[in-house]
Design a protein around this ligand. Structure first.
Ligand code: DGY
Length: 333
């Protein structure tokens, strides 16, 4: 005979909503998901195949996905009718076809705010790593090829007193600006209308003509849309002063790889610090071959604290939705 404890447990799981989680998440997030939902975890952390979407989502009402999942129209169309909400574990949502989701009446939410500081920290790490030739220095050490201190060895570029152009002056762009000011940098941004940013001194440019030539460093913080694909192209790079340094923590496709590689190879750009790549996890072999790149594998939000906060934020949105409230971070209309 079933014990009263196991009967309570099965009654509970009969009333809990079924939630599919596409990748392994920090343990406290999975624990909360399992407490509040019949959560189907992915302990093996293997990305979903095309067939997984239909089979694993059967009878589920919600999906908690990540930016490494591609929910294009083809995937969304084949999701079971029961799916009502997709909560992405990311601020970016270009990996989800919003029109296809809206056509199926599926709500989509994201996780803004909670990853601002972690991503701004990584942008500074890239900026400093690129300016100070950190990957060349690290390679010397790892190859045990360092022959000792030298007065002209691996001289980089000072960041203090330099001009940093921030493209995309939202939450993360502003957080990078505050950090850069603390390093003694002058912040430039592109803004058609004068913005009041208390406690932050910026040089605001109404047009690109004066912006690009002013930037000794550029940090990209644009969302990826059809309008921003290949935003940093050969023409814009050509307007940067020789020796400028580019940092990208936004999305790889915001950069035209051919143009960036050409400028890094010719010496027009001194260096680049990159955390994101077109076609991740693949990326252009030239980036790894060039000595003047500082490369990270999309670590912008990768701290335990931030990834936990992202998971909780995604679960908050699901809880609000199933309580009949508007989810705070809804990105579909
Ligand atoms: C996001 O949230 O969009 C980030 O790229 C994940 O680190």
């Amino acid at each position: 005979m079933a014990s009263s404890k196991s009967m309570t447990r099965s009654a509970e799981s009969a009333t809990k909503r079924r939630l599919v989680i596409t990748r392994q998440l920090p343990q406290p997030v999975e624990a909360r998901a399992q407490r509040d939902y019949t959560a189907l975890l992915n302990a093996a952390d293997r990305p979903f195949t095309h067939d997984d979407w239909r089979s694993r989502c059967t009878a589920a009402e919600a999906v908690l996905c990540t930016p490494a999942d591609r929910l294009d129209a083809e995937v969304i169309v084949q999701l079971p009718e029961s799916i009502r909400i997709i909560a992405t574990f990311s601020v970016g949502y270009e990996h989800i076809d919003l029109a296809a989701a809206a056509a199926r009446n599926i709500v989509v939410t994201n996780t803004p705010d909670v990853l601002t500081d972690a991503t701004a920290d990584i942008a500074m790490l890239l900026l400093l790593g690129a300016a100070r030739r950190a990957s060349e220095g690290e390679a010397l050490m790892r190859q045990r090829a360092w022959t000792g201190w030298g007065p002209t060895q691996l001289m980089g570029t000072h960041v203090g007193g330099k001009a940093l152009g921030i493209v995309g002056f939202g939450r993360i762009g502003q957080a990078v600006a505050r950090r850069a000011v603390a390093f003694g940098m002058r912040v430039h941004c592109l803004s058609r209308n004068k913005r009041d940013l208390p406690g932050l001194e910026t040089q605001q440019h109404a047009n690109e003509t004066t912006f690009w030539p002013s930037c000794q460093f550029v940090s990209l913080h644009l969302p990826l849309t059809s309008a921003t694909r290949h935003y940093l192209n050969a023409a814009r790079i050509a307007r940067l002063p020789r020796g400028a340094i580019v940092v990208n923590t936004a999305r790889g496709d915001v950069v035209d790889d051919d143009a960036l590689i050409a400028a890094l190879s010719s010496g027009h750009l001194a260096a680049a610090g990159l955390d994101v790549y077109s076609g991740e996890p693949n990326f252009r072999a030239e980036y790894a071959a060039l000595p003047n790149t500082f490369l990270l594998p999309h670590l912008g939000s990768a701290t335990l604290e931030t990834r936990s906060a992202m998971g909780f934020r995604a679960l908050d949105n699901l809880d609000q939705f199933f309580a009949g409230e508007p989810p705070a971070d809804r990105v579909t209309r």
